[in-house]
Design a protein around this ligand. Structure first.
Ligand SMILES: CCCCC/C=C\C/C=C\C/C=C\C/C=C\CCCC(=O)SCCNC(=O)CCNC(=O)[C@H](O)C(C)(C)COP(=O)(O)OP(=O)(O)OC[C@H]1O[C@@H](n2cnc3c(N)ncnc32)[C@H](O)[C@@H]1OP(=O)(O)O
Length: 161
């Protein structure tokens, strides 16, 4: 993503399936903030194959889910996926870059309603996603090993995102 007005966001942690640079099985998403939205360019490869030549729906879903996890930086809340719905509008060919853009659609108390769109560089929108994330407290994660540094990233002032 070459636009210098976009702000790079840090990965959730180095081993994250979606964005962790040190996860050998990961998607290695690099995510940017663009105003109230977040975006990533992803080209699914042979590791993400579903039907021959095409991306697996689960890989697409994982990319959307992880990107929604970056909207949390803007909302400044810690939340987890309760529901995730992907509409697969058209097959996603391997090796073709797609831009996924996500944002908060609305908030109702603990409920964060999120939406995303995945569009190829050819201009074709091939998938859209909606998710319900529920805000949780830090104790949701701490028994499983999340440390304070990771958790603090979700509560930084927005100007630092
Ligand atoms: C996302 C990142 C979070 C960051 C955390 C920070 C550090 C962790 C370390 C690193 C993170 C790294 C990577 C992850 C980043 C991104 C990945 C993408 C995100 C994920 O991959 S994340 C994993 C998958 N995810 C889960 O592992 C969740 C498992 N699940 C639960 O842990 C519980 O399920 C929980 C806590 C979610 C809720 O449990 P609960 O008991 O607190 O809440 P409850 O069920 O009572 O619902 C409360 C209110 O929501 C309403 N409600 C419920 N369902 C509804 C529906 N479908 N439609 C409309 N309303 C609904 C109810 O009606 C009620 O409403 P009311 O309050 O008005 O009564």
């Amino acid at each position: 993503m070459a636009d210098p007005s976009l702000i790079s966001l840090p990965p959730h942690h180095p081993q994250c399936l979606g964005c962790g640079p040190d996860n050998p099985a990961g998607l290695h998403l690099e995510v940017y903030r663009d105003g109230d939205s977040v975006a990533t360019d992803v080209a699914f490869d042979a590791r993400h194959r579903g039907a021959p030549g095409l991306a697996h729906g689960g890989a697409i879903s994982a990319a959307c889910d992880d990107l929604f996890g970056f909207v949390l930086y803007l909302v400044q809340e810690i939340a987890v996926t309760r529901t995730l719905t992907v509409n697969y509008l058209a097959p996603v060919p391997l090796g073709q870059p797609h831009r996924i853009t996500a944002r908060l659609q609305r908030r109702q108390g603990r409920r964060l309603h999120l939406e995303a769109t995945g569009t190829g560089h050819d201009g074709v929108t091939r998938f859209i996603a909606e998710a319900l994330f529920l805000v949780v407290d830090r104790e949701h994660f701490t028994p499983h090993g999340a440390d304070a540094d990771v958790l603090a990233m979700f509560n930084r002032p927005p100007e630092h995102c």
